[in-house]
Design a protein around this ligand. Structure first.
Ligand code: ADP
Length: 262
């Protein structure tokens, strides 16, 4: 992992809050800032990144028998979903999953990366703990929706990262609000600013918010992350969050990513 300057874990307390959607779109947005970005889907029980990036095939091996990551939308990526048959459920116990992930991390030929984003499974189990402890992590980014039921699990995720001394770069509020194309009036389906208020209470950086937008879900299903469509409003939102993350990393350790904005 010597060629990887920064490793960022993307986690969530709950499943279904848009963690993988954010991990994919953030990776694409970071690559548009001229960084070399890798994305590893470690959501072993529900790998959705092959579908979200439109590559469901098995990877190729390099001459020295390493796994070559896929390259699309200017990022490199690999998912456990590309290594096991699509409809097969993973019924491994946690220690086996941890071993498989550690092996996978060693076996992928990433090349030089400014940032490796790791999409964690939801929650606070053995897999999250083991990756946090075994790797030299720059920090974590937590994704949540604004309602209290999600925030309860966010607090658990925050406590877990604190316990294993992983710095929390910040938190992103997903599905913040909805509005129709005709009507600019925002509807706060899950309450207003729950994550933002929580971040203030816990003294954690609020990195930004993504509304519930139909095209984000539709594009994910079609394997084209919205962040790759530069003119859309949604892609600009991901760019803003990506820039926020870069500046937080730059502040944190000066030998790492350096990026200049035009
Ligand atoms: P998680 O990784 O937390 O389980 P996913 O990223 O798989 O969640 O997202 C769950 C579903 O919600 C997917 O169908 C995804 O396309 C959709 N989704 C996520 N974020 C948004 C959003 N901001 N707007 C619209 N749909 C979204």
């Amino acid at each position: 992992m010597k060629n990887i300057k920064n490793i960022i874990l993307v986690g969530s307390g709950k499943g279904g809050v848009g963690k993988s959607t954010i991990a994919v779109n953030l990776s694409v947005a970071l690559a548009q800032e001229k960084l070399n970005v890798g994305l590893l889907d470690a959501d072993i029980y529900g790998p959705s990144i092959p579908k979200m990036l439109g590559i469901m095939t098995k990877p190729k091996a390099s001459d020295n028998k390493k796994i070559l990551p896929f390259e699309k939308f200017k990022i490199k990526f690999m998912s456990i979903g590309n290594l096991i048959p699509q409809d097969k459920a993973v019924v491994w116990r946690a220690p086996m999953v941890v071993r498989a992930l550690n092996q996978l991390l060693q076996d992928i030929e990433w090349g030089e990366l400014d940032i490796l984003i790791i999409d964690l499974p939801p929650g606070t189990g053995d897999i999250q703990l083991s990756l946090s402890q075994n790797l030299n992590i720059t920090g974590s980014v937590i994704v949540s929706t604004p309602q209290e039921i999600a925030l309860v699990d966010v607090r658990r995720a925050i406590n877990m990262f604190k316990k294993v001394n992983v710095d929390i770069i910040g938190i992103i509020q997903n599905m913040s609000y909805f509005h129709s194309d005709e009507d600019e009036k925002k509807i706060y389906l899950f309450g207003k600013d729950g994550v933002k208020k929580e971040s203030e209470k816990l003294n954690i950086n609020f990195l930004g918010e993504i509304p519930l937008i139909e095209e984000i879900g539709r594009n994910s299903d079609q394997g084209i992350p919205i962040a790759s469509l530069l003119k859309t409003k949604s892609s600009k939102k991901f760019t803003a969050i990506a820039r926020n993350i870069i500046s937080k990393i730059n502040n944190k350790n000066d030998q790492n990513v350096k990026i200049e904005f035009e």
